[in-house]
Write a protein that binds this ligand. Sequence first.
Ligand SMILES: Cc1cc2nc3c(=O)[nH]c(=O)nc-3n(C[C@H](O)[C@H](O)[C@H](O)COP(=O)(O)O)c2cc1C
Length: 191
Amino acid sequence: MSDKIVNVLGICGSLRQKSFNKAALQAAIELAPSDMRIEVAAIGDIPLYNADVQEKGFPAAVETLGAKIQAADALLLVTPEYNYSVPGVLKNAIDWVSRLPSQPCAGKGVAIMGASPSMLGTARAQYHLRQICVFLDMYPINKPEVMIANASAKFDENGKLHDAVSRELIGKLLVSLGKWGRHLQARPRDA
Ligand SMILES: Cc1cc2nc3c(=O)[nH]c(=O)nc-3n(C[C@H](O)[C@H](O)[C@H](O)COP(=O)(O)O)c2cc1C
């Protein structure tokens, strides 16, 4: 188990081309330990949640996301903060996936990080996301917390994260996620 590659699914809560959070996810891909692979999931094509639509069958984009979550050893959620909370696009994707009978999120390890131009670096959104993880029965990593504040000073014009402290924290978070993902995958299924 210890020499196995840890497959992580990265999900970003911003659809914006020049998103700081997309750039932070890209930094995580670069900073991932050699035994970790991070794939980026697409959530932009997921329609707004509607139980009437669900009754007729889950949209293909939801089934695809659910299957990718199911196949991953762990998740990396990279979230902006909108109005002190999780952006609608990310919450919508989570809401859809949470209705899948297979419950792909249940029991998964998850790392959370985010970037914001403001002073708190998505702290409030991250704590809301942790609350959501309770209902999803996910297991978030507590530390390190990666809250990239004042983001416009930490990424260059090409979206490269140049802030050494943020890069170090992301590296540590991913090492923890690798260990946590292995630990959770190795435990008996009904534990
Ligand atoms: C609808 C909306 C609400 C926002 N609310 C907050 C907020 O509560 N806290 C915050 O730090 N930034 C807030 N912002 C600013 C975002 O942090 C900023 O737009 C950021 O760049 C979004 O992430 P992205 O660069 O990954 O797209 C808000 C932006 C939008 C569009």
